[in-house]
Write a protein that binds this ligand. Structure first.
Ligand SMILES: [Cu+2]
Length: 541
């Protein structure tokens, strides 16, 4: 395999302590590290001093151990995003859901069980906003003796799309909590830790991918940005999508991709153009009306080998920032491979129908003193419940039968039926109910869950993510879900198997999964303006 200059995205520095048939074991040392971007120094949290963090390489079905040592001054947890962790919820990582945070000076050994996943995932901090810099790729190769369902690429490259604030990320987060308004927007997007040529002081470090003519490159693209759905493209080259969220897809070709925060997309890039320099670029898709967002563009360079005088690279055509059709049409094109080696197992007989409204909300503040709309504090909710962190993690409270930590009254349907996507909605719908409620699911229950975006406060695309399972996306649409008509158009033949899906702005998405992995699951979404909201499922342990 060719060695390419990956610049900052350097080769993993930690070594496998054990090899061959033994379990691989890694050390993740979380520490404060100085990095310079956009002409200024910043102290960021890293793993092993690296930003982005080290890439984990595993084979399908492998189990690894990671010793997380917290040498930083902040609480931390590490989450293995998209790894289903069968019967192993204790190592999943979300703070106050499956564990209490690892305190400064403490450590926690996590076992990561890879089972059905094959392709690309990522790991990240799951405490406050630490994941902005504490994240890295997970490459899951096919099991020994099997191979990709497409011709083996000549080379593979993780492409991590990230975000940079010149301020300390904890200051950004604290201000956000204190004011109740939108968090300050980032100062740059990044490709593999580098903003690229279009930002000040950034040209020298620009990520460069050296390629040979006529090769096939597997780009393992990860959206590690905090909130924004991103468009990504490569000038003069189309991309052939072959997988998403560690599940293979039917190959399809597109000039751009849309990728949600948390999602991964594997694409093949054929280097079939005139030898030259070409930009790859990413920028935000931001659908919410009248909201500020980071409207900058991050770039990296694809550099063909050979003797030639390179021209000034041009930017790829990316959809406009508010092009909802471009966003949903791409995501709606994903299909499972659905062949003999990769069968689809979408639940047909549903035992639990759930319907969840997803809203941006606003709490009242004394004297309208907060920085949200009309002096309110921005919030978010599912079925009008705005999640409140419990005092200890829910999994532990459940396992040890500790009362008073959470309730089990999470509603299957919204408490009030209204025209969710109407242009104007009564102001009293804006105030949610705070609570720590879970939905208990029976083991092996088959779930259909319809997420309905609402236009309360402001419509937004809502990336939803589930822990413990991937799910089949069987349908989606704009406007209100129609329970009599829309299911007739579900794709039950080759729906994509994902762990993250963006519910379209003022639209809906239907997913299905089987609750056969006991533990505490949780879905979260990040609205364009607010934090995380969580909702917790619980299956019988
Ligand atoms: Cu996750």
């Amino acid at each position: 395999m060719k060695v390419f200059s990956l610049q900052v995205f350097s080769i993993i520095l930690f070594a496998r302590i054990l090899h061959c048939h033994a379990q691989a074991r890694y050390t993740f040392l979380v520490e404060e590290t100085q990095y310079t971007r956009l002409c200024s120094n910043n102290t960021i949290l890293t793993v092993n001093g690296q930003f982005p963090g080290p890439t984990l390489y595993v084979n399908k079905g492998e189990t690894i151990i990671v010793d997380v040592i917290n040498n930083a001054n902040y609480n931390i947890t590490i989450h293995w995003h998209g790894v289903s962790q069968p019967r192993n919820p204790w190592s999943d990582g979300p703070e106050y859901i499956t564990q209490c945070p690892i305190q400064p000076g403490a450590n926690f050994t996590q076992t990561i069980i890879f089972s059905v996943e094959e392709g690309t995932l990522w790991w990240h901090a799951h405490s406050e906003w630490a994941r902005a810099t504490v994240h890295g790729a997970i490459v899951i190769y096919p099991e020994n003796g099997t191979t990709y369902p497409f011709p083996k690429p000549d080379a593979e490259v993780p492409i991590i799309l990230g975000e940079w604030w010149k301020s300390n990320i904890y200051d950004v987060y604290d201000e956000f909590l204190q004011t109740g308004g939108d968090p300050n927007i980032s100062d740059a997007y990044m490709i593999n830790g580098q903003p690229g040529d279009l930002y000040p002081c950034s040209s020298p470090g620009t990520f460069t991918l050296n390629v040979d003519y006529g090769w096939t490159y597997l780009l393992r693209i990860i959206n590690a940005a905090m909130q924004d759905i991103l468009f990504f493209a490569v000038a003069n080259h189309s991309l052939t999508v072959v997988g998403s969220d560690a599940s293979y897809t039917k190959p399809f070709t597109s000039d751009y991709i849309t990728i949600s925060p948390g999602q991964t997309i594997d694409v093949l890039l054929y280097t079939n153009q005139t030898s030259d320099y070409y930009y790859m670029a990413a920028k935000a898709y931001a659908s919410t009306f009248n909201i500020t967002f980071d409207n900058t563009t991050t770039t990296a360079i694809i550099q063909y080998s050979g003797n030639y005088t390179p021209s000034t690279p041009s930017l790829p055509n990316l959809p406009l920032y508010n092009d909802t059709n471009a966003s949903v049409n791409f995501t709606g094109s994903l299909r499972s491979l659905a062949d003999d080696d990769h069968p689809v197992d979408v639940p047909i007989n549903i035992t639990n129908n759930l319907f969840f409204t997803i809203s941006v909300n606003a709490f009242l503040c004394p004297n309208n003193s907060c920085a949200g709309p009309n002096g309110t504090r921005l919030s978010s909710s599912v079925n009008n419940i705005s999640f409140v962190n419990p005092s200890i993690d829910i999994l532990e409270a459940y396992y040890n039968s500790i009362n008073g930590v959470f309730g089990t009254q999470f509603p299957d349907f919204p408490p009030l039926v209204f025209n969710y996507t109407a242009q104007y909605l009564p102001l009293d719908l804006q105030i949610p109910q705070p609570g720590t409620e879970v939905k208990v699911l029976d083991y092996n229950a088959t779930i259909e869950l319809v997420f309905q975006g609402t236009n309360v406060v402001a419509g937004a695309d809502h990336p939803m993510h589930l822990h413990g399972f991937s799910f089949y996306v069987v349908g989606w649409g704009l406007g209100n879900f129609d329970k009599d008509i829309d299911p007739l158009n579900y794709n039950l033949v080759d729906p994509p198997l994902l762990n993250t899906i963006a519910v379209p702005i003022n639209g809906w998405t239907a997913i299905r999964f089987k609750a056969n992995n006991p533990g505490t699951l949780f879905t979260s979404f990040v609205t364009i303006s607010v934090i995380i909201l969580t909702y917790v499922f619980r299956a019988r342990l």
